[in-house]
Design a binder for this molecule. Structure first.
Ligand SMILES: Cc1cc2nc3c(=O)[nH]c(=O)nc-3n(C[C@H](O)[C@H](O)[C@H](O)COP(=O)(O)OP(=O)(O)OC[C@H]3O[C@@H](n4cnc5c(N)ncnc54)[C@H](O)[C@@H]3O)c2cc1C
Length: 387
């Protein structure tokens, strides 16, 4: 009987296990996770769940009994410390081993850190500890005006805290959305009373705040750091797999070893639509990438080519983003951005490469179809919703 091992019991790993069973795999499935919790989704950790809304049970990918019911051998609180490609085994810190016929690496990412103490947000434990600290804090300093930093800012305001955000870039979400739309998020937060300081880098977290690169010190009851995440590539690199920013895979999510696959935040996969490798640190990529890798492990033909997709909720702004803005040279709006109910398209050479719908729903398929089609668009039609 074949044994398929999945290292990393997050969304990508859990969805891969589910797909293996859905596709009729009747061998052994071993799903190994370093955390004590069964697989759960992280987006609520900086949104509803952080704000005390929603039940804990809702964050999990599957009910607790699902694993036994589906003969998935879920091993929690276990960290794989080594992969031996030649022997087809993974090893744990205590020296014990688990053989595999095929292996999926879905080890995700961990927050980038600054020197000194500081609060980080990745796990449900982090979230529950942060929720308590927000309730006790009067002033919160957030390092980083990206997704997690801004969502935490919104949660901190909802908890009644005074909030300052420091960010070295000229505006919020500058790299993800560009300055035009990044600025819209910055103004939204400013209108909610958040003090945003751009062009300001934190060098170190101190016992009562941060020391900036300029030498200036800012104090706060609580410092939350959201400066991005680094993919957990150590196991793969040590094993000798090809790794750059993430674990390199082809479009079938196969690594440089034919029996080893990678999916989710940790994978840097060739994307047929973009003709280059992408590493996508988004929920939807784990949701769909895990199943794609599972099908590939089963020997099915797979070309994983989903348009990258992301969503956020901050105050009254809900949005969905599709695509990748890299190289954009024009922006077209449908609706008035100031109304916070609009669609925006990023174009390169007259073609739509990314789109974001803000408080407008059921348009993601159309936006993604436009991106996929690669057609030169009529900007007037685009702005009036005819295209
Ligand atoms: C607070 C927060 C909010 C987010 N909000 C959004 C959002 O609104 N929209 C969106 O699109 N995306 C969001 N994301 C990103 C999204 O959650 C990730 O893209 C997704 O979790 C990636 O899933 P994954 O399975 O690849 O990795 P992970 O969820 O990181 O899971 C990997 C698991 O592998 C385990 N692991 C690592 N190394 C080992 C090892 N050696 N042995 C055993 N286990 C190991 C880890 O402990 C972890 O549990 C958010 C992320 C965070 C942290």
């Amino acid at each position: 009987m074949a044994t398929y091992v999945i290292v990393g019991a997050g969304l990508a790993g859990a969805k891969a296990a589910q797909t293996l069973r859905d596709e009729g795999f009747d061998g052994e499935i071993v799903l190994i996770g370093a955390e004590d919790e069964r697989p759960y989704e992280r987006p609520p950790l900086s949104k509803d769940y952080l704000q005390g809304k929603g039940e804990r049970e809702q964050i999990f990918v599957h009910p607790a009994e699902w694993y036994a019911d589906n003969a998935v051998d879920l091993r929690l609180g276990r960290r794989v410390t080594r992969i031996e490609l030649d022997h087809h085994v993974v090893r744990f810190g205590d020296g014990s081993r688990q053989p595999y016929d095929k292996l999926l690496i879905a080890t995700g990412a961990t927050p980038r850190r600054l020197p000194g103490p500081g609060t980080y947000l990745r796990t449900v434990k982090d979230c529950e500890a942060l929720k308590e600290r927000l309730a006790a804090a009067e002033s919160v300093l957030i390092v980083g005006a990206s997704w997690i930093g801004l969502e935490t800012a919104a949660a901190a305001r909802a908890a009644g805290c005074g909030v300052t955000v420091v960010e070295p870039e000229p505006t919020a979400l500058n790299r993800a959305l560009g300055p035009e739309l990044g600025d819209l998020f910055a103004r939204l937060h400013a209108s909610k009373g958040v003090d945003l300081r751009f062009g300001t880098a934190a060098a170190e977290i101190t016992d009562n705040g941060v020391r900036l690169s300029s030498g200036e010190r800012l104090s706060a009851d609580l410092v939350v750091v959201g400066i991005g995440a680094a993919p957990e590539v150590g196991l793969a690199r040590d094993a000798g797999l090809d790794v750059e920013h993430g674990i390199l895979t082809d479009a079938a999510l196969r690594t440089s070893h034919p029996d080893v696959f990678a999916a989710g935040d940790v994978a840097e996969s060739f994307h047929p639509l973009y003709g280059r490798r992408l590493r996508v640190e988004h929920w939807a990529n784990a949701l769909h990438g895990g199943p794609a890798a599972a099908r590939s492990m089963l020997g099915q033909e797979v070309a994983y080519d989903r348009v990258p997709y992301f969503y956020t909720d901050q105050y009254e702004l809900g949005m969905e983003f599709s695509g990748d803005i890299e190289g954009y040279d024009e922006i077209v709006y449908r609706g008035d951005p100031e109304s916070l109910e609009f669609v925006v398209y990023w174009l390169r050479g007259g073609r739509v490469i990314a789109g974001m719908n803000v408080n407008v729903w059921d348009v993601v398929d159309d936006i993604q179809e436009l991106i996929r089609s690669g057609v030169i668009v009529d900007q007037k039609e685009l702005s009036t919703g005819q295209q």
